[in-house]
Design a binder for this molecule. Structure first.
Ligand SMILES: Nc1nc2c(c(=O)[nH]1)N[C@H]1C(S)=C(S)[C@@H](COP(=O)(O)OP(=O)(O)OC[C@H]3O[C@@H](n4cnc5c(=O)[nH]c(N)nc54)[C@H](O)[C@@H]3O)O[C@H]1N2
Ligand SMILES: Nc1nc2c(c(=O)[nH]1)N[C@H]1C(S)=C(S)[C@@H](COP(=O)(O)OP(=O)(O)OC[C@H]3O[C@@H](n4cnc5c(=O)[nH]c(N)nc54)[C@H](O)[C@@H]3O)O[C@H]1N2
Ligand code: SF4
Ligand SMILES: [Mo]
Length: 697
């Protein structure tokens, strides 16, 4: 047996703890860390396919500088010094001429985000954004409006639940290992699962109750559930009296939204809605109305996500065993906080407004620490609020993750500099001026992870093998770029050990403490507040504010009358999207192993609709949205609501260097219109209406 290295998987951002077996600098085996409770050796298919990423010759192998037109695929190999000098020189010229704010930096939140944020602060730009708004911005705002906490500060106690209600939270395909294991345990102990989705997913097949809801009408269902719960006094009266303000306003608001009214909107029989309300009430407070992971469906998203949290509040399940809870961090465990370079003294304060109107005019109450990347094309094309000249994309793929990719590609043409740091030839890498290849997660170590929760823990990613190619970790790239820009003093480290020591300095933990198990538990007992006495809500009133001070003070009403999403006309469908178990968003479609399992996406269409349009199973179809036209194969089925069509996210790649994925299937981001929930902050990824027609051969 070879040497065992503790690390953290990064085939997706769930970051499961892993153990990597290494022999002669080769990865022999990867498994979930057997010593971590809830993981116990488990790994998903994507996690196992990490070896194929490591050994992939179809990934960037050295720094590259563009020589032809953008996107033409003409490159010259560069040394790191050459490529970094090139980027630094261009950045310097741009910052001198247009100010730091003309540089925008987008990344998926990762362990080194405290370092990339430091880089942006040091160059004087407010424009660091993350993927958050595209994923769950509206959930984030909904939580802040009701509890004062962000969604990232909330967790779910799957293991002890008695009933979980999932709204398109396709947990058994769009997966995370720990929650799945915990939910399966709870189901074995008798927990009920209710699943609601216009499409029959794997989760639907495992649920005790499945409702094929009309797409876009979940809010109507929730208003009827709240109506019933209040009318029949099914809520946790003592908890609500203690912790909830605004109940009378809520009662008056939901008065017209009867189950009979909701039946017409959703297609779910009124009697069944009432039955669910009564059934969950019997299990309260160990009930979870899952508030959703990707909070990005429709422009009314904020009200939908708020309605889910309100249902939890009425069940008294917030901070209850088997309900949802506030995550506890290092402080709650009696430790000092983990060190973050972005909090170091001397970093300049940035005063320029953000490019995306986040926390300002365009998205007044969205979380501006994450920003609203869906504004990128608008901001560049209209120079609103000012000219943007450079984009740095790190571990983020705007051309497949932001709706209306065609418009964004046009906008990118206006930029003086595009730099991508990636482990794959992503669409944005291929459209860049410079590609700086990062070492894969198996070839590098990263900043320590603080995992808040009922039992806060620290995890570590150690380097398993040496880099296969001429690549570097991102934390080193930012430092070397900073040195060239004269801001190197904000990156006071030479090695990963320096970073770790800095992070741990106030925590009473040393690097050696990770040796035994690959993680350090900061407490051995769960920290749950007393749900009747000790919950520390962070709203001004210290309560769950149904009438929200955050919203009302911004002039945004907490309750607005229900407005139905437009019904598709004959021959038109609501384009719904999602993930499958063996791919990560837009990252793994070219992975040797995963590509073999699911090589392309197809368009799910109801058999009656297909028959009317003359579409046969497996036939090529054309999908036309208001912004683009694409082709992919049809999957004719009776397992999708007739008003919807569905496709997997992340396909339709155009980069020839990714030979396995290029030209396979269609890209949802190309077809989707860029429409947002301007209160919550998320784009409406399931809102676009499309026409579908057969392609005659
Ligand atoms: N394998 C895998 N797992 C992942 C990820 C991954 O990329 N791959 N990504 C992770 C991330 S970042 C996220 S955000 C989560 C996403 O987790 P989920 O939100 O569970 O995932 P999606 O796959 O987007 O599934 C969305 C579902 O919503 C349904 N839907 C569409 N319209 C409606 C509607 O009007 N009402 C209802 N009720 N349902 C609707 C779709 O049919 C689809 O099944 O998954 C995480 N886990
Ligand atoms: N159209 C559309 N847009 C969406 C969604 C959708 O369903 N449809 N889903 C939304 C959701 S829920 C989310 S969470 C976001 C996700 O959006 P993204 O974060 O953009 O998607 P990912 O596929 O996770 O990763 C993006 C890039 O990171 C690169 N990468 C992977 N590992 C590494 C690494 O170790 N280092 C570096 N430097 N790069 C790496 C990948 O190669 C890929 O190019 O997208 C959102 N946007
Ligand atoms: S869910 Fe799978 S791919 Fe994601 S971190 Fe865990 S093992 Fe890796
Ligand atoms: Mo996400």
């Amino acid at each position: 047996m070879g040497k065992l290295v503790h690390s953290i998987c990064f085939m997706c951002t769930v970051r499961c703890p892993i153990v990597v077996e290494v022999e002669d600098d080769e990865v022999k085996w990867i498994q979930g860390n057997p010593q971590v409770p809830g993981i116990e050796g488990a790994l998903c298919a994507k996690g196992s396919a990490g070896v194929a990423l490591l050994n992939d010759h179809e990934r960037p192998q050295y720094p590259m500088i563009r020589t032809g037109e953008r996107g033409a695929g003409q490159w010259r190999r560069a040394t790191w010094d050459e490529a970094l000098d090139y980027v630094a020189e261009k950045l310097k010229a741009i910052i001198d001429a247009h100010g730091g704010q003309s540089v925008v930096f987008g990344e998926r939140t990762n362990l080194n985000t405290h370092i990339s944020k430091t880089f942006m602060r040091a160059i004087g730009s407010p424009n660091h954004f993350t993927h958050d708004a595209l994923c769950k911005g509206s959930v984030n705002t909904a939580f802040r409006s009701l509890t004062g906490y962000t969604d990232a500060q909330v967790g779910i106690d799957y293991a002890n639940t008695k009933h979980i209600v999932l709204y398109g939270r396709n947990i058994f395909e769009s997966l995370e290992i720990k929650p799945i294991n915990a939910l399966l345990d709870a189901m074995e102990k008798g927990a009920k699962v209710t699943y609601i989705d216009p499409r029959v997913t794997i989760t639907a097949t495992k649920a005790h109750r499945y409702w094929q809801i009309r797409p876009g009408t979940d809010l109507a269902l929730n208003y009827a559930l709240i109506h019933t719960i209040l009318k029949e006094n099914l809520y946790d009266a003592a908890y609500v009296r203690k912790w909830v303000s605004g109940l009378n306003e809520l009662r008056a608001f939901v008065e017209p939204y009867t189950p009979e009214w909701a039946e017409k909107e959703t297609g779910i029989p009124a009697s069944e809605i009432v039955a669910l309300a009564r059934e969950v009430a019997e299990s309260k407070p160990s009930v979870i109305f899952h508030y959703g992971y990707r909070g990005a469906h429709h422009p009314n998203e904020i009200h939908f996500r708020r309605s889910l949290i309100i249902l939890n509040a009425l069940m008294g399940s917030i901070e209850a065993k088997g309900g949802i809870f506030f995550k506890k961090g290092a402080k709650a465990a009696g430790r000092g906080d983990i060190g973050k370079y972005v909090q170091q003294e001397g970093l300049p304060k940035v005063t320029a407004p953000r490019f995306d109107g986040s926390g300002a005019d365009k998205f007044p109450i969205a979380d501006s620490t994450h920003g609203n990347p869906q504004m990128l094309a608008h901001a560049i094309l209209n120079e609103d609020p000012y000219p943007i000249k450079a984009l740095i994309a790190n571990r983020f793929e705007p051309l497949q993750s932001i709706p209306d990719a065609g418009r964004l590609r046009k906008a990118l043409d206006k930029l003086d500099l595009i730099v991508t740091v990636d482990v794959n030839f992503s669409e944005i890498a291929w459209y860049s001026d410079v590609i700086l290849p990062e070492s894969t997660y198996l070839e590098r170590a990263d900043s320590i992870q603080m995992a808040s929760g009922l039992k806060p823990q620290l995890f570590i990613r150690k380097q398993a093998v040496s880099p296969r190619y001429d690549t570097k970790p991102a934390w080193m790239i930012w430092k070397e770029l900073a040195n060239r820009l004269g801001i190197g003093q904000f990156f006071p480290y030479e090695s990963i050990e320096d970073i770790w020591n800095f992070q741990l300095k106030d925590m009473g933990v040393s690097i050696q403490d990770f040796d035994a198990k690959g993680f350090v538990a900061l407490t051995d007992k769960q920290i749950l507040w007393d749900r009747m006495e000790g919950i520390q809500f962070k709203t001004p009133s210290g309560k769950i504010e149904l009438v929200s001070s955050l919203m009302e003070e911004a002039g945004i009403p907490s309750f607005v009358p229900y407005e139905p999403v437009p019904k598709p006309e004959e021959g038109t469908f609501r384009l719904t999207v999602g993930r499958c178990a063996v791919h990560t968003h837009v990252s793994t479609q070219n992975n040797l192993y995963l590509n073999e399992l699911v090589p392309e996406n197809v368009l799910w269409i109801h058999k009656d609709a297909a028959a009317k349009l003359g579409i046969k199973d497996g036939q090529m179809v054309e999908v036309e949205s208001p912004v683009a036209v694409s082709r992919l194969k049809a999957k004719v089925t009776d397992t999708i609501h007739p008003e919807a069509v569905f496709m997997l996210h992340g396909f339709g790649k155009t980069v020839p260097a990714q030979t396995r994925a290029c030209g396979k299937g269609a890209s949802d981001a190309l077809l989707q219109e860029n429409i947002s929930d301007t209160v919550g902050g998320s784009p409406a990824l399931d809102h676009t209406l499309v026409k579908v027609r057969p392609v005659k051969d």
